[in-house]
Design a protein around this ligand. Sequence first.
Ligand SMILES: O=C(O)CCC(=O)C(=O)O
Length: 256
Amino acid sequence: MNNSVQDNEHARAAFARDGFIVLRNVLDLAQCEVLRAQLSAALDPLVGPAEFEADTGYPGAPVHRDAPGGATPRRLLHAYARAPELREIACHDVVGRQLEALLGAPPLLSQCHHNCVMTKHPGFSSATLWHQDIRYWSFDRPELISAWFALGEESVANGALQVIPGTHVMAFDRGRLDRDLFLRPELEENQSLIERAAPVLLRPGDVLLFHCRLFHAAGRNTTPTVKLSPVFTYHTADNHPIPGTRSAAYPSIEAR
Ligand SMILES: O=C(O)CCC(=O)C(=O)O
Protein backbone atom coordinates (compact mmCIF):
# COMPACT_ATOMS: atom_id res chain seq x y z
CA MET A 1 0.00 0.00 0.00
CA ASN A 2 1.62 3.25 -1.12
CA ASN A 3 1.55 6.29 1.11
CA SER A 4 -2.20 6.21 1.67
CA VAL A 5 -4.62 5.41 4.41
CA GLN A 6 -5.67 1.80 4.04
CA ASP A 7 -9.28 1.13 3.23
CA ASN A 8 -10.92 1.82 6.58
CA GLU A 9 -13.06 -1.26 6.78
CA HIS A 10 -10.22 -3.57 5.76
CA ALA A 11 -7.71 -1.90 8.10
CA ARG A 12 -10.14 -1.84 11.00
CA ALA A 13 -10.95 -5.53 10.52
CA ALA A 14 -7.26 -6.49 10.33
CA PHE A 15 -6.40 -4.36 13.35
CA ALA A 16 -9.36 -5.71 15.34
CA ARG A 17 -8.32 -9.29 14.53
CA ASP A 18 -4.52 -9.05 14.79
CA GLY A 19 -3.84 -6.00 16.95
CA PHE A 20 -1.51 -4.45 14.38
CA ILE A 21 -1.23 -3.27 10.79
CA VAL A 22 1.69 -2.06 8.69
CA LEU A 23 1.49 1.07 6.54
CA ARG A 24 4.02 0.83 3.73
CA ASN A 25 6.15 3.69 2.35
CA VAL A 26 4.76 6.40 4.61
CA LEU A 27 8.11 8.21 4.68
CA ASP A 28 10.20 8.62 1.57
CA LEU A 29 13.80 7.49 1.47
CA ALA A 30 15.17 11.04 1.60
CA GLN A 31 13.19 11.71 4.80
CA CYS A 32 14.53 8.49 6.32
CA GLU A 33 18.07 9.49 5.36
CA VAL A 34 17.76 12.95 6.96
CA LEU A 35 16.35 11.45 10.17
CA ARG A 36 19.02 8.74 10.28
CA ALA A 37 21.76 11.36 9.90
CA GLN A 38 20.25 13.59 12.63
CA LEU A 39 19.74 10.72 15.04
CA SER A 40 23.19 9.29 14.42
CA ALA A 41 24.60 12.74 15.23
CA ALA A 42 22.56 12.75 18.47
CA LEU A 43 24.24 9.50 19.47
CA ASP A 44 27.79 10.78 19.25
CA PRO A 45 28.25 12.84 21.29
CA LEU A 46 25.11 11.68 23.03
CA VAL A 47 22.30 14.23 23.30
CA GLY A 48 20.16 13.36 26.30
CA PRO A 49 17.84 12.54 27.83
CA ALA A 50 18.50 8.90 27.07
CA GLU A 51 18.00 5.47 28.54
CA PHE A 52 20.95 3.10 28.52
CA GLU A 53 21.26 -0.65 28.00
CA ALA A 54 22.24 -1.00 31.65
CA ASP A 55 18.94 0.69 32.67
CA THR A 56 16.73 -1.88 30.99
CA GLY A 57 17.55 -4.93 33.10
CA TYR A 58 16.69 -7.02 30.01
CA PRO A 59 18.38 -10.38 29.30
CA GLY A 60 21.88 -9.81 27.95
CA ALA A 61 21.96 -6.20 29.14
CA PRO A 62 25.08 -5.06 31.01
CA VAL A 63 24.39 -5.03 34.75
CA HIS A 64 25.49 -1.46 35.37
CA ARG A 65 26.53 1.65 33.48
CA ASP A 66 30.24 1.08 34.11
CA ALA A 67 30.17 -2.51 32.81
CA PRO A 68 31.29 -3.06 29.18
CA GLY A 69 28.47 -1.71 26.98
CA GLY A 70 26.53 -0.40 29.97
CA ALA A 71 26.51 3.15 28.66
CA THR A 72 25.22 2.13 25.22
CA PRO A 73 22.11 4.25 24.52
CA ARG A 74 18.95 2.19 24.22
CA ARG A 75 16.39 4.99 23.79
CA LEU A 76 16.72 8.66 22.91
CA LEU A 77 13.95 10.08 25.06
CA HIS A 78 11.56 13.01 24.48
CA ALA A 79 11.64 12.45 20.74
CA TYR A 80 8.81 14.90 20.01
CA ALA A 81 10.74 17.79 21.57
CA ARG A 82 14.03 16.96 19.85
CA ALA A 83 13.59 18.20 16.28
CA PRO A 84 11.01 19.56 13.83
CA GLU A 85 11.61 16.51 11.61
CA LEU A 86 10.55 14.20 14.46
CA ARG A 87 7.49 16.36 15.20
CA GLU A 88 6.61 16.14 11.53
CA ILE A 89 6.55 12.35 11.49
CA ALA A 90 4.81 12.18 14.88
CA CYS A 91 1.98 14.22 13.35
CA HIS A 92 2.20 12.65 9.89
CA ASP A 93 -1.03 13.07 7.99
CA VAL A 94 -1.20 9.49 6.72
CA VAL A 95 -0.51 8.06 10.16
CA GLY A 96 -2.93 10.51 11.80
CA ARG A 97 -5.78 9.65 9.46
CA GLN A 98 -5.20 5.94 9.93
CA LEU A 99 -5.07 6.35 13.70
CA GLU A 100 -8.31 8.32 13.64
CA ALA A 101 -9.96 5.55 11.63
CA LEU A 102 -8.78 2.94 14.14
CA LEU A 103 -9.39 4.91 17.34
CA GLY A 104 -12.67 6.43 16.18
CA ALA A 105 -11.62 10.00 17.08
CA PRO A 106 -8.65 12.30 16.42
CA PRO A 107 -5.41 11.01 17.97
CA LEU A 108 -3.58 12.75 20.81
CA LEU A 109 0.12 12.02 21.15
CA SER A 110 1.19 11.04 24.68
CA GLN A 111 4.45 12.69 25.64
CA CYS A 112 4.74 10.24 28.53
CA HIS A 113 4.98 6.88 26.81
CA HIS A 114 7.38 5.77 24.10
CA ASN A 115 7.93 9.23 22.56
CA CYS A 116 11.45 8.01 21.93
CA VAL A 117 13.83 6.70 19.34
CA MET A 118 14.63 3.05 19.98
CA THR A 119 18.33 2.64 19.26
CA LYS A 120 19.56 -0.90 18.92
CA HIS A 121 23.31 -1.09 18.73
CA PRO A 122 25.43 -3.95 17.46
CA GLY A 123 27.43 -5.60 20.21
CA PHE A 124 25.55 -4.52 23.31
CA SER A 125 21.87 -4.65 22.41
CA SER A 126 19.71 -6.77 24.67
CA ALA A 127 16.60 -8.76 23.80
CA THR A 128 13.16 -7.58 24.94
CA LEU A 129 10.93 -10.31 26.37
CA TRP A 130 7.22 -10.78 25.59
CA HIS A 131 5.16 -7.98 27.07
CA GLN A 132 2.19 -5.66 26.61
CA ASP A 133 3.04 -1.96 26.65
CA ILE A 134 -0.06 -1.11 28.69
CA ARG A 135 1.36 -2.92 31.72
CA TYR A 136 2.99 0.23 33.07
CA TRP A 137 0.58 2.78 31.59
CA SER A 138 -2.45 4.24 33.40
CA PHE A 139 -5.42 5.45 31.33
CA ASP A 140 -9.20 5.22 31.66
CA ARG A 141 -9.22 2.45 29.07
CA PRO A 142 -6.46 0.25 27.55
CA GLU A 143 -7.08 1.76 24.13
CA LEU A 144 -3.84 3.27 22.87
CA ILE A 145 -1.99 2.68 19.63
CA SER A 146 1.74 3.07 19.02
CA ALA A 147 3.33 3.99 15.70
CA TRP A 148 6.75 2.46 15.08
CA PHE A 149 8.65 4.15 12.24
CA ALA A 150 11.30 2.18 10.37
CA LEU A 151 14.11 4.42 9.11
CA GLY A 152 16.04 1.42 7.77
CA GLU A 153 15.41 -2.27 7.16
CA GLU A 154 14.02 -4.03 10.23
CA SER A 155 14.77 -7.75 10.10
CA VAL A 156 15.18 -10.61 12.52
CA ALA A 157 18.95 -10.06 12.26
CA ASN A 158 18.80 -6.50 13.60
CA GLY A 159 16.14 -7.12 16.23
CA ALA A 160 12.85 -6.35 14.46
CA LEU A 161 9.74 -6.40 16.60
CA GLN A 162 7.91 -9.72 16.81
CA VAL A 163 4.22 -9.88 17.64
CA ILE A 164 1.69 -12.51 18.71
CA PRO A 165 -1.37 -11.66 16.63
CA GLY A 166 -4.69 -11.52 18.46
CA THR A 167 -3.25 -11.28 21.99
CA HIS A 168 -4.61 -7.73 22.37
CA VAL A 169 -8.09 -9.19 22.93
CA MET A 170 -7.13 -12.18 25.08
CA ALA A 171 -7.39 -12.34 28.87
CA PHE A 172 -4.30 -13.46 30.80
CA ASP A 173 -4.27 -14.81 34.34
CA ARG A 174 -1.69 -13.04 36.48
CA GLY A 175 0.15 -16.36 36.90
CA ARG A 176 1.12 -16.40 33.24
CA LEU A 177 3.28 -13.32 33.78
CA ASP A 178 6.45 -12.91 35.79
CA ARG A 179 7.27 -10.30 38.43
CA ASP A 180 7.86 -7.64 35.78
CA LEU A 181 4.77 -8.65 33.78
CA PHE A 182 6.65 -10.45 31.00
CA LEU A 183 5.14 -13.71 29.69
CA ARG A 184 6.71 -16.66 31.52
CA PRO A 185 8.27 -18.68 28.66
CA GLU A 186 8.63 -21.83 30.81
CA LEU A 187 4.83 -22.32 30.97
CA GLU A 188 3.37 -24.69 28.39
CA GLU A 189 0.32 -22.50 27.74
CA ASN A 190 2.65 -19.57 27.01
CA GLN A 191 4.88 -21.69 24.81
CA SER A 192 1.98 -22.57 22.50
CA LEU A 193 1.14 -18.88 22.29
CA ILE A 194 4.73 -17.85 21.55
CA GLU A 195 4.84 -20.42 18.72
CA ARG A 196 2.29 -18.23 16.91
CA ALA A 197 4.64 -15.23 16.95
CA ALA A 198 5.75 -13.56 13.74
CA PRO A 199 8.43 -10.93 13.07
CA VAL A 200 7.21 -7.67 11.56
CA LEU A 201 9.63 -7.08 8.70
CA LEU A 202 9.80 -3.43 7.74
CA ARG A 203 11.43 -1.47 4.95
CA PRO A 204 12.66 2.13 5.34
CA GLY A 205 9.62 4.41 5.55
CA ASP A 206 7.16 1.74 6.74
CA VAL A 207 5.13 2.32 9.90
CA LEU A 208 3.83 -0.39 12.23
CA LEU A 209 0.69 0.52 14.20
CA PHE A 210 0.13 -1.76 17.19
CA HIS A 211 -2.32 -2.01 20.07
CA CYS A 212 -1.08 -1.38 23.61
CA ARG A 213 -2.30 -4.85 24.70
CA LEU A 214 -0.55 -6.73 21.88
CA PHE A 215 2.19 -9.00 23.18
CA HIS A 216 5.46 -8.22 21.44
CA ALA A 217 9.17 -8.89 21.87
CA ALA A 218 12.40 -8.26 19.97
CA GLY A 219 15.79 -9.86 19.59
CA ARG A 220 19.30 -8.42 19.61
CA ASN A 221 20.91 -6.54 16.77
CA THR A 222 23.47 -8.90 15.25
CA THR A 223 24.26 -6.65 12.25
CA PRO A 224 27.02 -4.01 12.15
CA THR A 225 24.53 -1.10 11.84
CA VAL A 226 22.62 0.70 14.61
CA LYS A 227 18.84 0.32 14.21
CA LEU A 228 16.95 3.60 14.74
CA SER A 229 13.18 3.49 15.21
CA PRO A 230 11.16 6.51 16.36
CA VAL A 231 8.07 5.36 18.31
CA PHE A 232 5.05 7.45 19.40
CA THR A 233 1.86 6.51 21.27
CA TYR A 234 -1.65 7.92 20.75
CA HIS A 235 -4.98 7.95 22.55
CA THR A 236 -8.25 9.83 22.17
CA ALA A 237 -9.37 12.87 24.15
CA ASP A 238 -12.00 10.86 26.06
CA ASN A 239 -9.40 8.34 27.28
CA HIS A 240 -7.67 10.27 30.05
CA PRO A 241 -4.43 9.47 31.85
CA ILE A 242 -5.10 8.76 35.54
CA PRO A 243 -4.18 11.90 37.54
CA GLY A 244 -0.99 11.57 39.54
CA THR A 245 0.44 8.71 37.44
CA ARG A 246 3.43 8.80 35.10
CA SER A 247 0.93 8.76 32.21
CA ALA A 248 -0.27 12.22 33.29
CA ALA A 249 3.18 13.79 33.73
CA TYR A 250 2.98 15.86 30.52
CA PRO A 251 0.00 17.01 28.46
CA SER A 252 -0.83 15.13 25.29
CA ILE A 253 -0.53 16.86 21.94
CA GLU A 254 -3.06 17.05 19.11
CA ALA A 255 -1.52 14.94 16.38
CA ARG A 256 -3.92 15.97 13.60
O1 LIG B 1 13.21 -2.95 20.24
C1 LIG B 1 12.92 -3.65 21.22
O2 LIG B 1 13.74 -4.34 21.79
C2 LIG B 1 11.49 -3.64 21.69
C3 LIG B 1 11.16 -2.46 22.53
C4 LIG B 1 9.80 -2.58 23.13
O3 LIG B 1 9.05 -3.46 22.86
C5 LIG B 1 9.36 -1.61 24.11
O4 LIG B 1 10.13 -0.73 24.48
O5 LIG B 1 8.18 -1.69 24.53
